[in-house]
Design a protein around this ligand. Structure first.
Ligand code: HMG
Ligand code: MG
Length: 302
């Protein structure tokens, strides 16, 4: 077993975490959340998405949020851009990184971004080219890599296919995403192995939703494969509006506890991360979904 000695986490809470909230979350709260995450030591934060406000109203304040964050040196801020319209709007906000998001399943691609997988690549290609010409790093997400809410099983070959399509258009980094949290460790391993036929380990991350409580186990098997980059969400916030019933990403606090407990460095201060989780949970008026967050808060107040 060869475990990494350092793991980089991208907190996707402000974007993936909040995009599905029914009640509007004010831009000031999103900005404060980003601030608290960077104070906790996060070096990468997925801030918002430049998608249609008709499709995802919660992200309609994208430019306001990007304008309001207090950028810290050494911290990278990413945003989702599904097409040129989104990219051009995002460019004004000067993101360090953009994310194009495709899917391993045709049905999910249609529901989420209103086009086929092949068409999505045609939309992404000019976005990737423009981003790279502007010196902006390009990440690609492969949704439904471990299962689809509409098609069910997803074969590793479908993951490999999308990874190859993304590689062909110049996407620099790939995220293997379990959108609906159905995957179990061997499925995660096979999907990652499929993506590794196309991308190097250094250019791959795991993005596991925790709907079925499997995300930490999936994270662990990925770690054992040498994967050292993961998307996580503070307080376990999140879900995709086009994947009904899917809950949040694995909680950042839980992953940090797992990693530190295994002697793996993250550069993150768990106590301050728990404070960030508490801040957003208080605003949303519901308990954090992080088990570690709850446990350590209970210990604090004991
Ligand atoms: P479309 O309707 O096919 O686009 O939507 P269109 O080009 O035909 O344009 C239709 C209308 O949308 C026009 O407005 C455009 O101006 C507008 P109208 O003339 O009707 O007033 N429009 C836009 N407005 C703002 N920003 C844009 C934009 N593009 C078009 N970028 C589109 C295609 C992709 C835009 C739409 O399907 C969409 O916005 N989908 C949102 C999907 C989304 O945000 N899903 C959640 C994020 S992905 C995720 O959570 C998964 C991930 O976490 C990994 C995982 O867990 O799997 C990343
Ligand atoms: Mg997601």
């Amino acid at each position: 077993m060869s475990l990494p000695s350092f793991v980089k986490l991208v907190d996707v809470g402000p974007r993936d975490g909040l995009q599905n909230e029914k009640l509007p979350v004010p831009a000031a709260v999103k900005i404060e959340l980003v601030q608290r995450l960077q104070q906790a030591g996060l070096k990468e934060i997925e801030v918002t998405s430049f998608v249609s406000p008709k499709w995802v109203p919660q992200m309609a304040d994208n430019a306001q949020v990007m304008a309001g964050i207090e950028r810290q040196p050494g911290v990278r801020y990413s945003v989702l851009t599904p097409n040129l319209q989104g990219f051009e709007a995002a460019l004004k906000s000067k993101p360090d990184e953009i994310v194009v998001f495709g899917a391993a399943s045709e049905a999910f691609s249609q529901r989420n971004i209103n086009c086929s997988v092949q068409e999505s690549m045609e939309r992404f290609a000019p976005v990737v080219a423009a981003a790279r010409a502007a010196g902006i790093y390009v990440r690609g997400a492969i949704s439904c890599a471990l299962g689809c809410p509409y098609e069910g099983e997803v074969a590793p070959s479908q993951v490999e296919r999308v990874a190859r399509l993304m590689k062909d258009i110049g996407v620099q980094h790939i995220g293997v995403a379990d959108t609906i949290g159905v995957g179990t460790p061997l499925k995660a391993q096979r999907a990652i192995e499929a993506a590794l036929k196309v991308y190097e380990l250094k250019d791959l991350s795991g993005h596991f939703h925790d709907t079925y409580g499997q995300a930490l186990a999936n994270t662990l098997i990925a770690l054992q494969m040498g994967v050292w980059q993961f998307d996580t969400s503070v307080a376990g916030l999140g879900g995709c509006p086009y994947a009904k019933g899917a809950t949040g990403n694995v909680a950042s606090e839980d992953v940090v506890y797992l990693l530190h407990g295994m002697g793996i460095a993250t550069g993150i201060d768990l106590d301050r991360l728990i404070d960030a989780g508490q801040f957003i949970s208080d605003f949303l008026q519901r308990p954090s979904l992080s088990r570690v967050g709850k446990a350590l808060l209970a210990r604090r107040s004991a």
